[in-house]
Design a binder for this molecule. Structure first.
Ligand SMILES: [Mn+2]
Length: 344
């Protein structure tokens, strides 16, 4: 391995500060997200969910985006103004990122977190990274006061099935002995991250065909390899993994309560169907809806199915919810899109 300096921080071309925070802030919790346009809506609602469940706390949000349309910027401005908070938007030029391994489901934007840690490490000591599909339903106090000591991050263990899928592609060796964590919630010690040049090391691995070419969950596998034994584990309540797909096998739609508990603080909705999709209104997604209703999006609505996979998920959920007419209509629309993809 060559340990190049990829100078990732240089790919941030603009920083736009939307600041309505009151001065003299102490103990600010810095939170960062990195997404493409498909996940921007999720980020904004995630921000509102943190703010409404932590009214006594000062936040600063750092958004790494490949673009920021005026309408989205206006809505972020409304949120910042209403909640007296600060949101900083960093525009990332994606040339370099688009060369890294990506999948149909995960775009190069998953690597924006590597950029965020490097970039924010220039000025901040630590940051809470969240996926756009993570929503808050409780107090994050413990994350503000948690002593990271000389660990690089605080994380939550992933489901054991995830490690099995990763090792089957990547081989046992690189992940052997790893207590595999989920990369959707990470409290990162930026001072150490930067001092160790971990962004460059991660990129080196991604560009190595023996590693980058074989990863199942690209960013997450790499992070698990480089942070092995340098993390502390937080309780599940800080990254409670829930798949909305579970609803297809639960007529009561109440079994989510075995997973999302009273004391859960951050819920991570993994899978294709996200709470912001039009077909995802279940009791298990109410934590998203609580924030959504208080957001500037409450009038403009939820997201429609765009990809073929999303259309397939939509019709299955519609039928499971006994919305037969709509479900069949969506099933036809899905089949047509599938055919179209095949022929053209
Ligand atoms: Mn996620």
């Amino acid at each position: 391995m060559k340990f190049m300096d990829y100078r990732l921080a240089d790919s941030v071309s603009a920083a736009d500060e939307i600041d309505y925070s009151s001065p003299l802030q102490d103990n600010v919790l810095n939170v960062t997200y990195g997404v493409d346009e498909n996940y921007q809506f999720g980020v904004a609602i995630s921000i509102v969910s943190l703010l409404t469940n932590n009214k006594d706390k000062q936040f600063c949000f750092h958004l790494f985006l490949n673009e920021c349309q005026i309408d989205y910027r206006n809505k972020l401005n409304s949120i910042a103004k209403y909640f007296n908070t600060k949101i900083v938007v960093y525009i990332v030029s994606v040339d370099f990122f688009s060369k890294l391994p990506s999948t149909k489901i995960w775009s190069y934007a998953m690597y924006f977190r590597l950029l965020a840690f490097e970039y924010l490490g220039q000025s901040l000591k630590r940051v809470l990274y969240l996926d756009a599909d993570v929503f808050c339903k409780g107090s994050v106090d413990q994350l503000v006061t948690l002593d990271l000591e000389d660990n690089i991050a605080a994380v939550v263990k992933d489901l054991s099935s995830t490690l099995t899928k990763s090792t089957s592609k990547l081989g046992q060796e690189l992940l052997s002995g790893v207590e595999y964590f989920n990369s959707g919630v990470m409290l990162v010690n930026l001072s150490i991250w930067r001092a160790c040049g971990l962004t460059n090391i991660a990129i080196d691995m991604l560009l190595d065909p023996e590693i980058g070419g074989k990863v199942k969950y690209p960013d997450q596998d790499i992070l698990n390899i480089i942070l092995n034994e340098k993390v502390i584990y937080l309780p599940k309540k800080f990254n409670c993994i829930y798949s909305i797909k579970n609803e297809l096998n639960d007529r009561t739609h109440l079994r989510y309560r075995d997973i999302i508990k009273e004391d859960t603080i951050l819920i991570h909705y993994t899978g294709i169907t996200k709470p912001w999709h039009e077909w995802a209104d279940y009791p298990s997604t109410k934590y998203f809806y609580d924030a959504f209703k208080l957001s500037p999006w409450d009038k403009s609505g939820l997201k429609k199915a765009i990809s073929v996979t999303e259309k397939q998920k939509e019709y299955k959920h519609r039928l499971a919810k006994k919305e037969y007419v709509l479900g069949l209509y969506k099933a036809i629309s899905y089949n047509l899109s599938k055919l179209k993809n095949k022929w053209f």
